[in-house]
Design a protein around this ligand. Structure first.
Ligand SMILES: Cc1cc2nc3c(=O)[nH]c(=O)nc-3n(C[C@H](O)[C@H](O)[C@H](O)COP(=O)(O)OP(=O)(O)OC[C@H]3O[C@@H](n4cnc5c(N)ncnc54)[C@H](O)[C@@H]3O)c2cc1C
Length: 326
């Protein structure tokens, strides 16, 4: 982020390191990367100078926590079908609708809200706009903080907008361009999910390799059984394949190359791979793997969502197929 707003002026490689280290120690804090590498870039890319001056310094110091509200109770994958509306009245947009599964939802001071400023637009995605909504906006309230099976250190919530009055000056970018902005920024979001899943797989593998070198059964180390060795060899291979593909992709993304198809490939394959690794690693831990006192148990609960959020893995395959001309 630009130094003039209080940023460090460093490139995305810095964020990659921060995201990797946060995942390596198993924080489960997806909201931090979401703020820094997903939501704040919307303001930096599409905000007016006035919006940047107002919000970016707080976003960079950590005084302003952000969230992005796309998903609704009735629609997630089909983003163009969102039903939250924003009707312009004088100098305000009157916002009505509900959002769910929103990371940082409870804690956020500022939200990028995906809404329809033209519900009649054809095709529907052309009616989508993005609004910057502050926490204390009249008519905006929180629903439940949701009870997840994993990522419990990350806040995920429902949001409610009932005639919420948002200043018209809080429109982000241009009316009707919201879907285009989302498609541009979702690349980095999906790349971040792939990065976290890759590191999670590496960590699960390392802790399991250690375990099979210590645990004995039938008078020998479980790592001496050929089945264990083959399982470990397969996991090491998949993890190395993921790492090599991912590092190459990060470099291309930093060079601003078009990596839409490859990011979709990395997102589905690496998150699926990490889920496979979680299952195999828990199995190699035996009963201890099912106990919360062993780190693999929490990793096993945390990883499946990576195949769901930032666009499900099925949606990733739709994008790949579309880009292959199908
Ligand atoms: C912990 C967590 C944090 C999240 N954080 C955020 C956030 O910060 N902001 C936000 O806006 N959203 C967030 N989400 C929402 C997430 O992005 C959605 O859950 C996701 O996009 C899927 O949408 P859905 O849940 O409505 O599932 P649905 O769209 O109902 O999909 C259900 C199933 O059908 C499949 N499916 C749907 N359409 C097709 C198709 N055309 N072909 C084949 N299969 C299909 C899907 O792949 C999935 O398996 C979060 C979700 C979770 C669980």
């Amino acid at each position: 982020m630009d130094e003039k707003y209080g940023g460090l002026g460093v490139d995305f490689g810095f964020s990659v390191i921060v995201n990797e280290e946060m995942e390596r120690v198993g924080t489960g804090l997806t909201g931090i990367g979401l703020h820094s590498d997903i939501v704040v870039p919307y303001i930096a890319s599409y905000g007016t100078e006035e919006q940047k001056q107002k919000y970016l310094p707080g976003c960079l110091s950590g005084d302003i926590i952000t969230a992005i509200a796309m998903t609704e109770p009735g629609t997630g994958s089909d983003l163009a079908a969102v039903r939250t509306t924003a009707v312009k009245q004088d100098d305000f947009y009157v916002l009505n609708g509900q959002k769910t599964f929103i990371t940082n939802g409870i804690q956020a001071d500022l939200l990028v809200v995906v809404c329809k400023t033209n519900p009649q637009a054809k095709p529907p995605h052309k009616g989508i706009s993005l609004l910057l909504v502050e926490r204390n906006t009249p008519g905006f309230s929180h629903g439940r903080k949701l009870d997840k099976i994993g990522l419990r250190s990350s806040d995920t919530a429902e949001l409610i907008f009932e005639d919420a009055r948002v200043p018209a000056s809080n429109l982000l970018g241009e009316e009707g361009q919201g879907f285009v902005y989302l498609m541009e920024k979702l690349q980095q979001e999906r790349l971040c999910v792939a990065i976290s899943a890759q590191v999670a797989a590496e960590e699960m593998f390392d802790m399991t390799l250690q375990y099979v070198k210590e645990r004995e059964a039938f008078g020998q180390l479980i790592g001496k059984f050929q089945h264990t060795q083959f399982t470990v060899a397969e996991m090491a291979t998949e993890i190395q394949m993921g790492r090599t593909f991912l590092d190459n992709l990060i470099a291309k993304h930093m060079l601003a190359m078009n990596v839409v198809t490859e990011v979709s490939m990395a997102k589905w394959w690496i998150t699926d791979m990490a889920k496979r690794i979680a299952g195999k690693c828990m199995q190699l831990h035996g009963g201890y793997g099912y106990m919360e006192e062993y780190k693999i148990a929490r990793r096993y609960r945390d990883i499946p969502v990576s195949a769901i959020y930032a666009g499900t893995n099925e949606v990733m395959k739709m994008i790949i197929a579309k880009n292959l001309g199908l």
